[in-house]
Design a binder for this molecule. Structure first.
Ligand code: SDX
Length: 439
């Protein structure tokens, strides 16, 4: 693991006044790039008040060396490397090593890392029985939450979060087993036998093998699909302190084991406002159905009284084009072309929907652009992956980020159990009223 650099540097203080009675000098801390932060840890003890920031729009929960996002410029760096360069030149396992260790691996380091992952890719045979407890039509994300959480019932030799060796083994197990569990969730849903991982295959090849091969015949993994799925995994690996990563960090701050923390992250990612959006985008495009109906849905997205939102559009941080969406938009054309899918109507519909939305004042004023979920589903579907598995693939890839962030939190001397406060707006103290005296 990269050694954490010195705590964020201190610069000029920030003077906060509370009404005309008290004021407080608060340290202003600088990172390497990006906005400064105001260290408010003394605020309550010195001024007797809290900050108020529902949804944490302007709150830094931690310092981190993993991922930097500039939402205005549409910049995404992993340990300093631009996402576009990693998507073009790297592999998912190499990006995983980078996020976990801070530097790109040399050939031996990468080979050893990939070998370790391969030798952790099977799951305990008794875990297989857990699947039979689910209905066949269970959403695969429900299965992922259950089975990943259950890993802590099997791997007792990697639960001590204070032991670096335990943390490393648990991290490798989670990264290695997510493709196996994800593919099993798919196979279970279609009533086909589970396929075991094969150590001769690469990480993306193995996933496709476990998803689509059957015992009765040889399966040739398409290099086009393997490259496409590997690139999509890279684009979903980590993304600063998003909702599911914050969930993993908060769960981990109580000392919960990493398997339970990642299960919590999967549960949070499932929401349609977060990772569940890739599934919702396909459902939305299917509902729109034709270019002629786009204006009707754009109007609904702008109507405050209509809960409908343009799925795959908007982002808490990006107020510019999500750089991952830009890569996926280009990949969509390439992958569909390589797969011989000409004029995919959904891609044409998505391109036209994006064009119309980006010319509309409502979206322009609110800086709503396509995000990572807008194009990923179109590629997944062209690859034969069912819509219900889209968020599972997001969770598979994001496990690398969740685990790297969890490791960083455990090793951060500033970190303690997460316990936000509140602005109380309920009743003041009052006495109990016996039932016979109530109106
Ligand atoms: C991911 O945080 C991350 O990094 C997440 C992620 C990652 O890699 O981990 O990038 C992955 O979750 C991407 C986002 C996927 N979700 C969607 O595509 C769902 C649709 N998008 C929205 O629900 C919304 O844009 C959010 C949830 C993504 C962001 O919500 P915010 O930051 O709370 O923004 P907001 O709801 O306050 O919106 C600001 C305004 C509002 O209008 P007004 O009240 O100002 O009139 O923009 C409007 C919103 O109504 N708006 C939309 C919209 N998104 C925001 N209006 C129509 N369609 C949309 N998609």
């Amino acid at each position: 693991m990269a050694q954490k650099s010195e705590s964020p540097t201190n610069d000029d203080d920030f003077l906060l006044t509370s009404g005309d009675t008290a004021s407080l000098d608060l340290p202003r801390l600088k990172g390497t790039i990006g906005p400064d932060v105001i260290d408010i840890r003394r605020l309550y003890s010195d001024l007797g008040c809290f900050t108020y920031d529902p949804g944490f729009v302007a709150t830094a929960s931690c310092s981190s060396e993993l991922t930097y996002i500039d939402g205005e410029e549409g910049v995404l760096l992993h340990r300093g490397y631009p996402i576009q360069q990693l998507a073009e030149n790297s592999t998912f396992t190499e990006v995983a090593f980078l996020l976990l260790n801070g530097e790109l691996p040399n050939a031996t380091e990468l080979s050893d890392f990939e070998s370790d992952l391969k030798h952790h890719s099977m799951i305990h045979d008794q875990l297989i029985r857990l699947f039979s407890g689910f209905r066949r039509d269970a959403h695969p994300m429900a299965i992922m939450v259950g089975v990943v959480g259950a890993l802590s019932a099997f791997y007792h030799d990697s639960l001590d979060i204070n032991d670096p060796q335990h943390r490393m083994v648990a991290s490798y197990r989670l990264i290695a087993k997510m493709p196996t569990i994800a593919a099993m969730a798919y196979k279970y849903s279609i009533g086909q036998p589970f396929m075991y991982p094969r150590n001769a295959l690469t990480y993306p090849e193995n996933f496709l093998h476990m998803m689509f091969s059957v015992p009765t015949e040889d399966y040739h993994v398409s290099p086009i699909l393997a490259k496409a799925i590997d690139r999509i995994f890279i684009l979903h690996a980590d993304h600063e302190q998003n909702a599911s990563t914050s969930t993993v960090r908060l769960a981990g701050s109580s000392g919960a084991n990493p398997f339970a923390c990642v299960a919590a992250g999967i549960a949070c990612l499932w929401g349609p406002a977060h990772g569940g959006a890739n599934e919702a985008v396909l459902e939305m495009l299917d509902e729109i159905g034709s270019v002629e109906k786009i204006p009707e849905f754009i109007d609904r997205a702008k109507d405050r009284d209509d809960p409908f939102r343009l799925m795959g559009f908007g982002h808490r941080v990006y107020k510019n084009y999500d750089p991952r969406a830009a890569v996926l938009r280009e990949s969509a054309y390439a992958v569909l072309g390589e797969l011989g899918v000409r004029n995919e109507p959904l891609l044409e519909l998505a391109i036209e929907l994006e064009r119309i939305a980006l010319e509309d004042k409502y979206f322009v004023e609110r800086k709503l652009f396509p995000n990572v979920d807008f194009y990923s589903g179109i590629i997944f579907r062209a690859m034969g992956i069912p819509v219900s598995m889209f968020t599972v693939l997001f969770a598979l890839a994001r496990t690398v980020g969740w685990i790297a962030q969890w490791q960083e939190m455990i090793e951060d001397p500033d970190q303690r159990i997460g316990r936000p406060r509140q602005l109380y707006t309920g009743p003041t103290e009052r006495d109990y009223v016996p039932p016979d005296q109530r109106s």
